[in-house]
Ligand binder design. Sequence first.
Ligand code: IPE
Ligand code: IPE
Ligand code: MG
Length: 241
Amino acid sequence: MVKPIRDTDGPRHVAVIMDGNGRWATQRGRPRLFGHHAGAKRVREIVQACPDLGVKYLTIFAFSTENWKRTQTEVAGLMSLFRRYITMEARALCDQNVRVRFIGDRVRLDKKLVGLMDELEQMTRGCTGINLTIAINYGGRDEVARATKRLAQDVAAQRLDPENVNEETLPKYLDTYVLPDPDLVIRTSGEARISNFLLWQSAYAEYEFIDTLWPDFSAEEFQGLINNYAGRERRFGAVSV
Ligand code: IPE
Ligand code: IPE
Ligand code: MG
């Protein structure tokens, strides 16, 4: 039986929907990409804050499977920003002992970007500090669909008996198979929706929807949300004792 817990140790895995870059730029009369660049700079501060806050896993939503609907200029600008971010941050991430992983479907991403993603994953393979997972071309439904396809292939090849499929089986096929489920999901920019992020994994996550736009999100505000989490009681369907 799972006992209700008051998680005074704080969240081990925090997932963040980094939203509001476009509005932040518009408020300043600047193009949306200006906001994305400002947003990328914030990531470093939040990653650096994790060890002191006891956060072992940080998963950030950078580009969704739905974000292709944006203008070609914005999409191309974001892809170029991801390439630049990886190139510029790789050394610092290694030095901070950060293990980087990417989730999402790589098939639609350009080869140069995928090459840089693979390289950074390889470079940080031996890092034992925090686990940073970056979701690019990620959608929860797409992830479950891709997982189901591979599961069905294993059944067809008789590597898996359908009788043995249960709640533990599907997560092994998800992009996040090596990660624990998120304890806390934060969304910035005032929208109270999850926009297809970690659908399966967040079934019992705690949520924080805050008004701050992502480029204004600070380590102090992050710490405040981590502290709030410690006061919550996670019952997992059981009754408070
Ligand atoms: C989040 O900021 C970053 C991405 C989705 C890539 P937005 O670009 O969605 O910013 P708003 O929501 O338009 O302000
Ligand atoms: C969610 O933000 C995706 C990322 C933060 C990468 P969106 O701005 O794309 O979500 P919607 O369109 O407001 O639901
Ligand atoms: Mg948005």
